[in-house]
Design a protein around this ligand. Structure first.
Ligand code: ZN
Length: 192
């Protein structure tokens, strides 16, 4: 497995000051040419996050680090149509009111049966959680990607209840100066 890490430095106004690591490889594979380093520098982080819930969650993590000057870690999934990918996000305080965001690819597995490509549509009836990648069709049950028969072709990005609880707990633990409780999301635990 190729070791993959991306880094970005964000200031208090959410401007992206610097990106590094395998940023361009990761951007091209996931978001296409619009996300490569020289196109995102000096733009705002929140302009690159799709879905209101997802944007709110990421900004809450950053705000927690800006305010407490303590590190926050969060595991999430960033699957592609043929690969299950577990990623750890670390948001770390830096001097001069900046934070460092590190996305660290921890595990990659090929799906037994690859999905077709999906795309974002704001009014899609199927929702996909940006953090565990589970899918819910028309208000039904959340289903993990590996348990899906077929992946919907259009999804809107949201945060499922389990991931929201996981994020809230990660934030609360940092603010209360304690270890996070073990909240499991879709079969993978909190940062080790
Ligand atoms: Zn989720």
């Amino acid at each position: 497995m190729k070791f993959l890490q991306t880094y970005s430095v964000i200031d208090r106004s959410l401007r992206i000051l610097w990106v590094g690591g395998d940023w361009d490889e990761f951007a091209l594979e996931n978001q296409g040419p619009a996300a490569v380093a020289n196109r995102v520098l000096s733009t705002r982080l929140d302009d690159h996050i799709v879905g209101d819930d997802t944007r709110t969650a990421v900004l809450a993590l950053l705000e927690t680090v800006f305010e407490t000057q303590k590190e926050v870690k969060l595991d999430y999934r960033c699957d592609s149509p043929n690969k299950l990918r577990r990623v750890q996000l670390t948001v770390r305080p830096m001097k001069e009111d900046r934070v460092l965001m590190v996305h660290d690819l921890r595990d990659v597995q090929s799906f037994v049966k690859p999905f077709g490509n999906w795309h974002y549509r704001h009014d899609a009836t199927s929702a996909k959680c940006s953090f565990c990648n589970s899918v819910r069709h028309d208000g039904g049950q959340w289903i993990a990607p590996e348990a899906l028969e077929n992946h919907p072709t259009a999804v809107r990005y949201v945060v499922c209840e389990a991931c929201q609880a996981h994020i809230d707990e990660a934030i609360a633990a940092v603010r209360e100066n304690r270890k996070p409780l073990r909240v499991l999301v879709n079969g993978f635990g909190p940062p080790g």
